[in-house]
Design a binder for this molecule. Structure first.
Ligand SMILES: CC(C)(COP(=O)(O)OP(=O)(O)OC[C@H]1O[C@@H](n2cnc3c(N)ncnc32)[C@H](O)[C@@H]1OP(=O)(O)O)[C@@H](O)C(=O)NCCC(=O)NCCS
Length: 182
């Protein structure tokens, strides 16, 4: 994945009914470590990472890059959303030159089952449609990842293809804001 561009970053915090999408801060560090160390979160994305390794590797202010939103509920981080550019060497593309914006979402298990991921992703896609009008967004997830698949469907992603990667079937879909591109 390559950093999202060209966009003005960071945008002002984005408020939804229950959440705030914002840039990461030093106080989010423990939640980042929790996310990457969680076996539940890691199930379909390559497994959890050892906590001691994360404690050493995660920087003081983790995840500060264009396209990465921390999702904040009542002042605490409950998850993150990423928009990165998809590298050409991966299968799954909707543009001949690759580099599509790709959506990712990771939430702490205690925040699952409340509709927070769908609510936050919808706001991130709104922001994206404003920042880069007409550009599609792609999404790749293991087709066995039921929760992630339900979020994708709710957001309006439609299937482009399925393929094998990392030893599992991947579902590859696309979303567009409805504005014709080009
Ligand atoms: C993928 C992931 C973000 C989905 O989280 P989630 O909480 O299931 O997704 P949503 O925010 O859409 O919430 C949907 C659930 O909230 C419930 N819900 C409760 N209150 C709700 C409300 N007010 N509004 C909407 N839904 C609500 C829905 O009924 C639904 O429950 P169900 O799945 O049991 O039917 C989460 O499972 C995760 O972080 N997984 C690990 C990382 C990962 O695999 N990411 C995908 C790779 S891209």
């Amino acid at each position: 994945m390559t950093e999202l561009g060209p966009v003005a970053w960071p945008p002002a915090p984005i408020r939804t009914e229950r959440l705030v999408l914002r840039e990461s801060e030093a106080r989010d560090r423990a939640a980042f470590i929790e996310l990457f160390a969680s076996p539940e979160v890691g199930t379909y994305i390559g497994g959890p990472r050892p906590r001691d390794e994360l404690e050493r590797a995660v920087p003081g202010v983790p995840g500060r890059r264009p396209g990465l939103f921390v999702i904040d509920l009542d002042g605490a981080m409950i998850g993150m959303i990423t928009l990165d550019r998809r590298d050409a060497e991966h299968p799954g593309h909707v543009r001949p030159d690759a580099g599509e914006a790709a959506l990712g979402y990771l939430f702490l298990p205690e925040a699952w089952g409340y509709g927070y991921a769908a609510e936050a992703c919808a706001a991130a896609l709104d922001w994206f449609a404003d920042a880069l009008p007409g550009e599609p967004v792609v999404l790749c997830t293991q087709s066995a990842n039921d929760r992630a698949m339900r979020v994708a469907a709710k957001l309006g992603f439609t299937e482009v293809e399925r393929f094998e990667e990392y030893g599992a079937e991947q579902w590859f879909g696309v979303w567009s804001s409805g504005v014709p591109s080009g």
